[in-house]
Design a protein. Structure first.
Length: 91
């Protein structure tokens, strides 16, 4: 019991300091085939701090959940642009 209490007390500050995840929608240009969303998704998932990516081919969007303490919208749009699919934050 004592070890469990100690483990909880040690982990508590880490949980408290963790930033809340943010979710944004990117408008992704130039997706023209079924393989494009796969490439966009992989380019975003490679970024540290990204926890979830959902790409919608029909809407030409990518919904990205990420840790703002680790990455930001500029890095996300740069990742898709570098993969050949320019994007911008959906307003």
């Amino acid at each position: 019991m004592r070890k469990l209490l100690l483990a909880v007390l040690v982990a508590l500050p880490i949980v408290t300091l963790a930033a809340a995840a943010e979710t944004i929608t990117l408008e992704v240009l130039k997706m023209t085939c079924a393989v494009c969303p796969i490439t966009v998704k992989k380019s975003l998932e490679k970024l540290p701090g990204v926890s979830a990516v959902k790409v919608d081919f029909d809407e030409k969007t990518a919904i990205v959940t990420f840790d703002p303490a680790i990455t930001n919208s500029e890095a996300l749009t740069a990742a898709t642009t570098n993969a050949g699919y320019p994007s911008s934050v959906h307003k």
